[in-house]
Design a protein around this ligand. Structure first.
Ligand SMILES: *[C@@H]1O[C@H](CO)[C@@H](O)[C@H](O)[C@H]1NC(C)=O
Ligand SMILES: *[C@@H]1O[C@H](CO)[C@@H](O)[C@H](O)[C@H]1NC(C)=O
Ligand SMILES: *[C@@H]1O[C@H](CO)[C@@H](O)[C@H](O)[C@H]1NC(C)=O
Ligand SMILES: *[C@@H]1O[C@H](CO)[C@@H](O)[C@H](O)[C@H]1NC(C)=O
Ligand SMILES: *[C@@H]1O[C@H](CO)[C@@H](O)[C@H](O)[C@H]1NC(C)=O
Ligand SMILES: *[C@@H]1O[C@H](CO)[C@@H](O)[C@H](O)[C@H]1NC(C)=O
Length: 651
C-alpha cells in the first residue's frame, strides 16, 4: 500500500522589523497515512546524494517526504530482516508508521558495509518504497574532520524522519497528539541553543494544545543519559528557557516575558536525556482547588479514570491527569507542598513522590512555601520513577541499605474489609507484611502518642494546638511575601495601578495570612514544626543504619470514592488540621504513593458501574527516599505492585 499524503501545512513566524522583515520557519505539519506529524525546522543532517537520486522519492505537490533510517548489523539484509525491523519499530515507537518507508536509508552497524547483500525482492514494493539507499551505494567523497561519511553529512540515529527531496535536508519527526484531557498548557520543542519554543503545530480540530513527541527510536539510554528519550511534562511553575511560566494565572502569564534560564531542577532532567514535551496545568499558584468553580482562570484537567468526570485533585493536576490518560507521556514533574503530588497520584492512579524536603534546589520554581515545597514525579512506571529521581536528586538519595524496614505502622487504616476498597487496602497490607517478614502492623494515632509523651518545648500544647494553623499560616504568608507582593506591584505598574484577577482559593488564603495571623506567625509555625519533627523522629519514625528507617508508615491515599467535578462545592476554606499527610510534610519525610487497585461505584454520569483507583501512601524517615524506591521496585518484581494502564480502567 502506498502512503497517502494529504497535505503539508506551511507555518512561518513573521516579525516586522523597521525596514526588512525577519522571517524564520517554525516547522511544518505533515499528514502521513492519516496521522499528523510535525517536521522540526532544524535540519539534523543532509543526505549526500545526487538530485536525480533524491527525485526518485518525491511526491508531487509535497516538499517533505517521509524517510526511515534503519540501523542493522546483518551481513545479508533479507526481506525477513527488513520485515522484522519494521515490526520492531512499529511495536516500540508510536511515531514510526509504514508511511515512513517511502524512502529508506540503511545504516550498517558493525562490519564493513561494502560486503552486505540486499536480497529484498518484493518487500520494497510491498511498502511503497520509492528510494532505497544502502550505505555503500552512496559512499561519497565528503570529508569532515578526517572522516569519510557514507551517505550522511552527520551521523543520525535510526528512526522516522522527513527529507527534502530538493536539498537532501533531513528533519526530525514528531507525532502530534491532541491533549484531549486538557492536561497541558502548551506543547514545547527544544531549540539548538538549549532554549525551548511553544510547538507551532496543531492537529486539525484540536480544542486543547497539540503536543508533539519525537520518535523513541532516536534515543538510547546510557549511564550518562539514563533518561534518554523519556517524555517529560513539566508543571507550569518551573522556569524553562524561552517560554513563559504561568503558575495557573492568566494575568501572570501575560505580564512576564519568557524566562531567560531553565531552573536547575529541570536542567538536571534535560542533562540526563529527558525530552520535555510540554508545560502542564497547575491549580492557581499551586493552591488546592476543586473543579469546577474554583478553577476560574483555566479549566481543570480531566481525570481519565472512571467516568472521566472526577476531580483529578490538585495542584499537580495536569501531570496527574496526563499520566492517567496518555501512554505517550512517560513522566510528569510536579511539586508537593501539602499534598500536591500525592493527591493527584491517588486520584489518577499513578505513582507519585513527595520527596524529603531539600533534596534539590527550587531556584527558578514558583514558591508556595520554601519551608515545605518539594519537587517530585508522577508516573506509571516504578523503575523509571527511581531512575528519574536519581537524576533529579543526585547523591541526595541513596538506595543501598543492608535491609528493608521490618516494622509497619498504620494511621487511619481500615481494620475490617467491609468495602471493596478496604479489602484491597488490607490485602496489600498483609502482602507487605509477608514481604518484609514484619510483625503485625501497629496502628498509631499521632495526637495520642503526642499526649502520652509531649516534648517539654511544647509546653502542654496538644498536637492540634501546636500544628492546626501551621500549614495555612506558612503557605499564605510565605507565598504572599515572595510572590504576591512583587506580582501585584509589577502588574499595577504595567496597568495603571490595577490589581490582577486571582482565583478565590489563593485569594482567601492570602487574606487569612494577612488578616487573621500576626506578622510573625510564620516564625511561630516553623518553630512548632521543628518541635514536632524532633519529637516524631525520636518517638515515631526513627532513622536506622540498617534499613534507613526503623519503620514505614502506611496510610490510605485514595479509596476509590467518587468526587464529581459537576457538583457545586462550597466556598474554598483555610486548610487547617493535622492529617497524617500534613505531618509527613512537617517532618520533612518522603511520602510516596503506590496505586494498588481499584474499587467500583455506580456513576451518576454514565449510569453504569465504573472503577476508581485505590492507593496507599508510604512514609519513612527523612532521607529514606531511596529505600522506598527500592521497596517499590522489589514489590513490582514480586507482583505485589503493578504498572497501571492509562484510561478509564486503571488495572
Ligand atoms: C526485533 O526484536 C526482537 C526482540 O527484541 C529481536 O530478537 C530481533 O532480533 C529484532 N529484529 C531485528 C531485525 O533487529
Ligand atoms: C542536595 O541537597 C543539598 C541541601 O539541600 C543541596 O544544596 C544540593 O544542591 C542538593 N543536590 C542536588 C544534586 O540537588
Ligand atoms: C503542664 O501540665 C502539668 C500538669 O498539668 C503541669 O504540672 C505543668 O506545670 C505544665 N507545664 C507547662 C509548661 O505549662
Ligand atoms: C505554635 O504552638 C503554640 C502552642 O505551643 C500555639 O499557641 C501557637 O499558636 C502555634 N503557632 C502557630 C502559628 O500556629
Ligand atoms: C478570620 O477569622 C474569622 C474568625 O474565625 C473568620 O470568620 C474570617 O473568615 C477569617 N478571615 C480570613 C480572611 O481568613
Ligand atoms: C450499582 O447498582 C446496582 C443496582 O442497584 C447494585 O446492584 C450494585 O451493587 C451497585 N454497585 C456499587 C459498586 O455500588
Amino acid at each position: 500500500m502506498a502512503p497517502k499524503f494529504l497535505r503539508t501545512v506551511f507555518a512561518a513566524l513573521v516579525l516586522v522589523a523597521s525596514t526588512t522583515a525577519e522571517i524564520s520557519e517554525s516547522g511544518k505539519t505533515v499528514i502521513v497515512n492519516g496521522i499528523a506529524y510535525y517536521a522540526a525546522p532544524e535540519a539534523v543532517s543532509i543526505i549526500d546524494a545526487t538530485p536525480d537520486m533524491l527525485k526518485h522519492a518525491s511526491t508531487t505537490g509535497v516538499d517533505l517526504i517521509p524517510l526511515t533510517v534503519f540501523a542493522d548489523s546483518s551481513r545479508s539484509f533479507t526481506t525477513e530482516v527488513f520485515r522484522s525491523l519494521v515490526a520492531n519499530y512499529t511495536a516500540t515507537d508510536d511515531v514510526f508508521n509504514t508511511g515512513f518507508l517511502q524512502a529508506i536509508y540503511l545504516k550498517h552497524v558493525g562490519s564493513s558495509p561494502a560486503t552486505v547483500k540486499y536480497p529484498l525482492g518484493a518487500a520494497l514494493t510491498q511498502y511503497g518504497t520509492k528510494l532505497f539507499m544502502p550505505a555503500r551505494a552512496y559512499t561519497s567523497s565528503v570529508k569532515s574532520q578526517g572522516q569519510t561519511f557514507t551517505g550522511w553529512r552527520t551521523e543520525i540515529p535510526a528512526g522516522p524522519y522527513f527529507m527534502s527531496p530538493r536539498t537532501g535536508n533531513v528533519y526530525q519527526a514528531y507525532r502530534l497528539y491532541s491533549d484531549e484531557q486538557g492536561a497541558f498548557t502548551e506543547g514545547l520543542k527544544p531549540n539548538a541553543d538549549g532554549s525551548y519554543s511553544v510547538l507551532s503545530a496543531a492537529v486539525p480540530g484540536d480544542h486543547s494544545p497539540t503536543i508533539g513527541v519525537p520518535s523513541r527510536l532516536y534515543y538510547t539510554k546510557t549511564a550518562d543519559k539514563p533518561l534518554a528519550g523519556v517524555r517529560l511534562g513539566v508543571k507550569d511553575i518551573y522556569d524553562i528557557k524561552g517560554v513563559k511560566t504561568g503558575n495557573g494565572n492568566r494575568a501572570y502569564y501575560d505580564l512576564y516575558p519568557p524566562r531567560a534560564a531553565t531552573c536547575p531542577a529541570v536542567q538536571r532532567l534535560i542533562d540526563a536525556g529527558a525530552v520535555i514535551i510540554g508545560k502542564m496545568k497547575t491549580s492557581q499558584f499551586a493552591n488546592g482547588e476543586s473543579p469546577t468553580a474554583d478553577w476560574v482562570d483555566y479549566h481543570c484537567p480531566f481525570n481519565a479514570r472512571g467516568d472521566g468526570y472526577q476531580d483529578p485533585s490538585s495542584s499537580s493536576s495536569g501531570p496527574g491527569a496526563g499520566i492517567g490518560a496518555y501512554s505517550w507521556l512517560d513522566i510528569g514533574l510536579g511539586s508537593d507542598t501539602g499534598g500536591s503530588i500525592r493527591g493527584p497520584s491517588g486520584s489518577n492512579g499513578c505513582y507519585g513522590n513527595r520527596p524529603s524536603h531539600g533534596l534539590v534546589t527550587l531556584d527558578g520554581v514558583m514558591p508556595l512555601s520554601p519551608a515545605l515545597d518539594t519537587a517530585g514525579f508522577l508516573t506509571r512506571d516504578p523503575i523509571l520513577w527511581h531512575a528519574a529521581s536519581k537524576a533529579l536528586y543526585g547523591t541526595n538519595i541513596t538506595s543501598d541499605f543492608p535491609s528493608l524496614p521490618k516494622k509497619i505502622l498504620t494511621s487511619g487504616f481500615p481494620t475490617t474489609a467491609r468495602t471493596e476498597a478496604q479489602t484491597i487496602l488490607l490485602d496489600f497490607l498483609s502482602k507487605l507484611q509477608d514481604f518484609l517478614k514484619a510483625p503485625a502492623p501497629t496502628a498509631i494515632v499521632p495526637a495520642t502518642l503526642w499526649a502520652a509523651s509531649p516534648p517539654a518545648e511544647a509546653g502542654n500544647a496538644s498536637l492540634s494546638n501546636l500544628l492546626n494553623l501551621a500549614y495555612p499560616t506558612v503557605i499564605s504568608q510565605q507565598q504572599y511575601n515572595l510572590l504576591t507582593l512583587p506580582f501585584y506591584a509589577d502588574y499595577a505598574a504595567a496597568h495603571n495601578g490595577k490589581r490582577p484577577f486571582v482565583n478565590p482559593t489563593p485569594l482567601i488564603r492570602w487574606a487569612f495570612g494577612q488578616v487573621n495571623m500576626t506578622a510573625d506567625a510564620t516564625e511561630s509555625a516553623l518553630r512548632n514544626a521543628t518541635i514536632f519533627r524532633t519529637w516524631w523522629e525520636k518517638e515515631v519514625i526513627v532513622p536506622s543504619k540498617e534499613s534507613c528507617s526503623e519503620s514505614i508508615l502506611v496510610y490510605t491515599q485514595s479509596s476509590g470514592n467518587p468526587s464529581y467535578r459537576n457538583i457545586y462545592g462550597g466556598q474554598p476554606g483555610i486548610p487547617t488540621g493535622i492529617s497524617v499527610g500534613r505531618l509527613s510534610g512537617f517532618a520533612e519525610e518522603p511520602d510516596m504513593v503506590f496505586p494498588i487497585g481499584q474499587a467500583s461505584y455506580n456513576s451518576t454520569i454514565t449510569l453504569q458501574e465504573e472503577v476508581l483507583p485505590v492507593a496507599v501512601s508510604i512514609v519513612a524517615a527523612k532521607g529514606c527516599d531511596g529505600m522506598i524506591f527500592t521497596l517499590a521496585e522489589k514489590l513490582l518484581a514480586a507482583g505485589i505492585l503493578k504498572i497501571p494502564k492509562t484510561g478509564s480502567v486503571t488495572f
